[in-house]
Design a protein around this ligand. Structure first.
Ligand code: SAM
Length: 225
């Protein structure tokens, strides 16, 4: 499918799938959305709730690596160890990675180097990147995952239900429910009623909370302890 790089309203870039008219991030602001949905509503929330020294993050759709880059920066800022696992069926190309150039909109001086390392890291291996951050990337379809009780926080960042409805239904949600530890947190930008009900039917406790700029709401769910 043809992909192009576009600039979002906060100045950060994202990828657009031409045929689907679908973007990897919100066109209101890619970095802004990731910070709100995954870093603040996911990591800050988990840290406040559990005061954990180490957090295991599982991302559905590693894609551009933006969420991983922001999580790495957060791990150094909060001195919290993160083991970040990214699942991705269709990795982006080297050319796309260069064109995205997130280091331009990130405050950290080493952002360019970290972004490079996130993409260069070998697949299917645990790769320590910095003092507080290690990464494992799996090239897999979500439906192929077999993880059980390993994740504290799930970043669910699949394409929307308009273009991939099957990723917002019970069988795939079940995979992530099983991957979460009891008490684990699941965050996503999507608040579609059918997705919410599918999650509740598996056992998730679902909250609809304030969304990022340009979007009224987002969803945060947890697996009961
Ligand atoms: C909305 S994009 C977000 C990617 C990433 N979180 C980011 O910040 O760039 C969704 C990602 O899910 C991947 N994807 C789509 N269907 C998938 C599937 N069935 N299994 C695994 N990955 C999938 C896409 O290739 C894409 O990278």
């Amino acid at each position: 499918m043809k992909r192009s790089i576009v600039t979002t309203k906060d100045g950060s870039k994202t990828i657009r799938l031409e045929e689907w008219n679908e973007h990897y991030h919100s066109t209101h602001g890619a970095v802004q959305e990731s910070m709100h949905v995954y870093i603040r509503a996911g990591l800050d929330h988990f840290l406040t709730k559990y005061q954990a020294d180490e957090i295991s993050v599982l991302e559905a759709g590693f894609g551009t690596g933006l969420n991983a880059l922001l999580a790495q920066e957060w791990s150094e800022k909060t001195k919290t160890h993160i083991h970040y696992t990214g699942v991705e069926a269709f990795p982006i190309s080297e050319e796309e990675r260069h064109a995205l150039d997130y280091s331009k909109v990130m405050p950290a001086a080493n952002a360019k180097d970290i972004f490079y390392q996130l993409h260069e890291a070998r697949w299917e291996e645990v790769v320590p990147l910095t003092e507080h951050f290690k990464l494992t990337k799996h090239q897999l379809f979500f439906a192929e995952m077999e993880m059980k009780n390993v994740a504290d926080v799930v970043f669910y960042d699949a394409f929307g239900p308009r273009v991939q409805p099957e990723l917002w239904e019970v069988p795939v949600f079940q995979k992530f429910y099983e991957a979460l530890k009891p008490g684990g947190v699941f965050v996503t930008y999507c608040v579609k009623g059918t997705a919410k009900r599918a999650m509740q039917s598996i056992g998730f406790e679902v909250d609809i909370i304030e969304g990022p700029p340009g979007k009224r709401h987002m969803m945060r769910a947890s697996k009961p302890c």
